[in-house]
Design a protein around this ligand. Sequence first.
Ligand code: NAD
Length: 339
Amino acid sequence: MRALITGVAGFIGAHVAEAKVRDGWQVAGIDDLSGGSTANIPEGVEFIQHDCCQPLDSIFARFQPEVVFHLAAYAAEGLSHHIPNFNYHNNLIGTSNVLAAAYRANVRHFVFTSSIAAYGHPTDERPLTESTACRPCDPYGVAKYACEQHIAAFHAYYGGPNYTILRPHNVFGPKQNIADPFRNVVGIFFRCIQAGLPLPVFGDGSQSRNFSYIDVVAKCIAACAEQTQARNQIFNVGGDEVMTVLDLARCVQRITGKDTGIQHLAERQEVKHAIADHRKVRSVFPEVFEAGLSIEAGLEQTAEFLRQRAIPKKTSCPAPIEILDRLPPSWRDDLGPQA
Ligand SMILES: NC(=O)c1ccc[n+]([C@@H]2O[C@H](COP(=O)([O-])OP(=O)(O)OC[C@H]3O[C@@H](n4cnc5c(N)ncnc54)[C@H](O)[C@@H]3O)[C@@H](O)[C@H]2O)c1
């Protein structure tokens, strides 16, 4: 079997590639390296440096994948308010471009990583299920939800490819990008620890999330094209354990043995509690969840991976800022003269 993975040099894409190579598949991967690194790409994967928004037919014609895992995206949810055009171009137009190329090349299954951001602000205390109404509240979430709708409408009109949409959330683990100051709280915390800096926490840190170790997430994504119950379905995917951002900060400091302090920043407009229900994904992939790690155990694995690595230089925003209003002051330094 042949799989093409977009975003293969990124965190989740690299783990999905590893799983498919382990399954004995032939794997090719596309990435423009705007946020990933070739060091992440597992052995045995054919790598093509390419932008998913550019023509793709020659890549598809040469490799002839049966399954596409489309993970390429710039996943900075908070920053997407300030780079909406870039966000929609990269995430929505990129997805439409990859799907159209996949269809023209007779790909049989299209796997897409959406996000819990598709739900927006929860309207009550209950965990978000796949039937909870989606009301995304930032351009990243809007793009993910639009991609989901596009993939389903495309399938209804053209009769293919079959698809599986996954909504992961707050995934962390080895190979995660810790150099981007605008996304992934776990990565930001680890980078600060390495640099001896206090951990930045927006508001009082009582925001809560299901922080999810990569293992379960990557295995579900990798397995879904082979699972008939996952055909043309949407799944939340991640761990059930809930932690506040402040407890996460303390946990990272405990595990690394480095108390660099906590810097409380002005609260920002964000979803306060994002907790997902995983009964649907667990019922289809029960064996994957049996070996799932707790947040603390996953953070230990992450710390171990990072221990042997140098502190990366912070990366810059991949696009010029389009709207400066309401930009959290703490991000201005990282944006340089434009902010
Ligand atoms: N990490 C999470 O917590 C999380 C949560 C929900 C959804 N997701 C989704 O999962 C997917 C993978 O996320 P990740 O955490 O591995 O992010 P990542 O940044 O580590 O990986 C994304 C990869 O896509 C590449 N890329 C971006 N734009 C591209 C383009 N136009 N053409 C080619 N390559 C491009 C980047 O270089 C990077 O290597 C994304 O679609 C993201 O939105 C991630």
